[in-house]
Design a protein around this ligand. Structure first.
Ligand code: MOS
Length: 739
């Protein structure tokens, strides 16, 4: 028997999780997929064994703009082992827009829009032969001489972004009030392009059974990627089965499909054999997706006491022509601080550079690198502590929309952090603390990341053997989804984790919203919650127990009339299906997770070398579903923030847009020696307006603001503000205070 529970979040609601004694939810349960992973038994996309497997190697354009004249297939086909050169200019010429299911397919043109754009797939009996064939393939191009490669030159061609209007804002008279403000900050912050640099390379293995495509691919969102793939291939989605059981990180770069999946599918169809395509690291950099570089103007106007009345956050971002995505830098600026004169505007510069799209906390991650440093500068001008300034400007309601927050504990996070970190040790005078050659400084920044709930579905089956099977196409991209969904199930059905099997990442399972935008755990978790609720109701009905009296624990069902084991009660499969969607509470309340970042840095007074000594993050994200995996997400986000502040810089050659540091040797991300002691404190919070779990997103909260705390600490250490990220020692060297 199967019954379905559908919930649209229109009202605040209680959570059954609050009734569970000795709950699994909230505990720091170790990953249930951990043993599989550490013993090498968790199969990642590129590892699926297949009979008769062929290997594909993508060929990338070596011009930045122009046309393909001829591809000389023979030059690759003569290489021993090469079986085909696949070119399908309709299907995988350009990276499809992330999740752009409803867009017209990129049409049959041979145009090159960026250096590194995939133009062909060489398929061979071995990877080595495919790679040799790709290297040998001769391509004639017609180079265009009007490529947009130099951002500074192209700035004059920027256009207002008017195709998405709900991300812009204007109220009061911001320019005038900034001009006449007692105290003001008006700065431009520059952030470079970045790459997600997930550990697992983008990969796909495709084969066909008649008209049906079966494809293993490393992706974050199965349902929407399946639709994108079907769309790119001209298929009905029901003819595509997409499997992503384990994903070695995505951070946004796998929200949508990339060219290797489409190419593998076309090749497998044409050659009637399974085809595997794994990108190389340079191809991930050059041919998938980047975070846009930005130029952000922040204008803050305040009265003499530091009460902010004006906030301007205007951004220039970049992308390929025709793409709708833009980096929404000001997402948190709308609601972080009060002030009646407000402006948020975006302009786009079209560049012949690899697609720009989502990377961990698209918007806040780089937006707070600007806003939170401007706040620090304002505090200094007002001559008050930066935490005091934030407290002074804490809004009671969302100041842009004039609606309440569902929950907000920013001040508590700042205060808890200040105590724990020893904030009073910070000198309010910059460059005032020294340990030998090292200048020591402390910085603080707010953290904020919007929370959302997305349509998600799950199926839970309780079998007579008292096994529980949880199925949804949700992914676990390293975040802990397998474990969290098992914990929710264990609590609601009163069974141990050991009898629960969570099956994810397969389009044969009910469609979820996938892993993205920090909505993964709460959206998929809510659908599992609802499915379990249905099973509880069936169990209650079967045993004539009023649902309010139902108590499920240790594999037993009990009520006032006594207790019975589930084994006695369940004689055939009981199936519950849960479906969740956002509703009125998402419109009537501004929902976000909040927190505070603290950093202490040491800057060498001779060399300018920056070492982060300590980081502390205090976070409030509703109910914490798993103390260990949530904490891990925060660590990861904070390391990302450290990288954004001090290291990451995807460089485009100004002659052809080529990414010059397309590898992990030259694209610098923090490694062990760069990462100090990081401490994370998760403050208790519940939120009855977000979802039945009362949880909020946490995956991206850790990065939002982290880099700004470091930048502010560098200022506090040296007296130097750097407005052009990353803050590398060359930008400090000639301005360091004398010894
Ligand atoms: Mo996220 S950047 O939505 O994976």
């Amino acid at each position: 028997m199967s019954t379905t529970e559908k919930l649209v979040m229109d009202h605040p609601m209680d959570s059954l999780l609050d009734l569970v004694s000795e709950a699994q939810v909230g505990q720091g349960v170790s990953r249930i997929d951990g043993p599989l992973k550490v013993s090498g038994q968790a199969t990642y996309t590129a590892e699926y064994p297949m009979d008769g497997l062929l290997y594909g190697y993508l060929v990338s354009a070596t011009i930045g703009k122009g046309k393909i004249k001829t591809i000389h297939d023979k030059t690759a086909l003569v290489v021993h082992g090469v079986v085909a050169v696949i070119t399908d200019f309709k299907r995988f010429l350009r990276n499809p827009q992330q999740g752009g299911v409803n867009l017209a397919p990129i049409q049959g043109v041979k145009e090159i829009a960026y250096f590194g754009q995939p133009i062909a797939l060489v398929v061979a009996e071995s990877y080595e032969a495919a790679r040799a064939g790709a290297a040998a393939l001769k391509v004639d191009y017609e180079r265009a001489d009007d490529g947009a490669f130099d951002l500074i030159k192209e700035l004059k061609n920027r256009k207002p972004i008017d195709w998405i209007t709900d991300k812009s804002e204007i109220s009061g008279d911001p320019e005038e009030s900034l001009l006449t403000a007692d105290i003001k900050v008006d700065r431009v912050y520059i952030t470079p392009s970045q790459n997600s640099a997930a550990m697992e390379l983008h990969a796909s293995v495709a084969y066909w059974e008649g008209h049906d495509l079966i494809i293993y691919s490393s992706l974050q969102m199965v349902a929407s990627c399946r639709a994108s793939l079907a769309h790119a291939l001209g298929l009905n989605p029901k003819h595509v089965r997409l499997i992503s059981r384990f994903v070695g990180g995505g951070f946004g770069s796998k929200l949508g499909i990339s060219s290797e999946s489409v190419a593998a599918a076309i090749a497998a169809k044409q050659l009637k054999r399974p085809v595997k395509v794994v990108m190389t690291r340079p191809q991930v950099f050059e041919s998938t997706v980047r975070r846009s570089n930005t130029r952000q103007r922040i204008g803050l106007g305040a009265d003499a006491n530091g009460k902010i009345h004006t906030i301007i956050h205007n951004s220039i971002v970049t992308n390929l022509s025709g793409e709708l995505f833009f980096e929404p830098t000001a997402l948190a600026t709308h609601f972080l601080y009060q002030g009646k004169n407000r402006e948020v505007k975006y302009e786009m510069v079209r560049m012949n550079q690899v697609l720009a799209g989502s990377m961990r906390a698209p918007g806040e991650a780089v937006g707070l690198l600007a806003l939170e440093c401007a706040i620090d500068e304002l505090a200094e001008l007002v001559k008050i502590d930066p935490i005091e300034l934030r407290k002074l400007n804490e809004p009671e309601r969302d100041p842009s929309k004039d609606i309440p927050f569902s929950s907000r504990h920013l001040i508590e996070a700042l205060e808890t952090g200040a105590n724990h970190f020893g904030w009073k040790m910070r000198s309010s005078i910059p460059a005032n603390r020294r340990e030998g050659q090292w200048l020591i400084g402390m910085g603080v920044a707010s953290a904020a990341r919007s929370n959302s709930l997305k349509p998600s579905e799950a199926r839970v089956t309780l079998t007579p053997e008292i096994k529980v099977i949880v199925e949804t196409d949700m992914t676990d991209i390293g975040t802990g989804t397998y474990t969290v969904l098992a914990q929710i199930t264990a609590d609601l059905l009163g069974v141990p984790l050991s009898v629960i099997e969570v099956r994810l990442g397969d389009s044969d399972f009910p469609p979820s919203a996938g892993s993205g935008g920090s909505w993964g755990a709460s959206s998929s978790g809510s659908s599992v919650y609802l499915a379990c609720k249905k099973i509880r109701e069936q169990l209650a009905a079967q045993s004539n127990i009023p649902i309010e009296e139902l108590d499920l624990k240790d594999g037993h069902i009990s009520s006032l009339n006594g207790s019975k084991s589930l084994k006695e009660l369940v004689t055939k499969d009981i199936v519950g299906i849960g479906k969740i969607d956002a509703g009125k509470t998402s419109k009537k309340y501004t929902q976000a997770s909040f927190g505070a970042h603290f950093a202490e840095v040491a800057v060498n007074a001779v060399t300018g070398e920056i070492r982060v000594k300590r980081m502390l993050g205090i976070f409030t994200a509703g109910r914490i579903l798993n103390e260990k995996t949530a904490r891990s997400q925060c660590y990861g986000g904070m390391v990302f923030g450290l990288g954004a502040a001090l290291m990451e810089n995807l460089q485009h050659d100004s002659r052809d847009g080529r990414i010059t540091n397309h590898n992990l040797a030259e694209y610098h991300i923090p490694t062990n020696a760069d990462v100090p002691d990081i401490e994370v404190i998760l403050l208790p919070e519940t939120d009855r307006l977000t979802n039945p779990l009362h949880a909020k997103g946490i995956g991206e909260l850790g990065i939002a603001g982290a880099g700004a705390a470091i930048a502010n600490a560098v200022y506090n250490a040296t007296g130097i503000r750097v407005y052009d990220y990353p803050i590398t020692l060359d930008k400090l060297l000639d301005r360091l205070p004398s010894l």
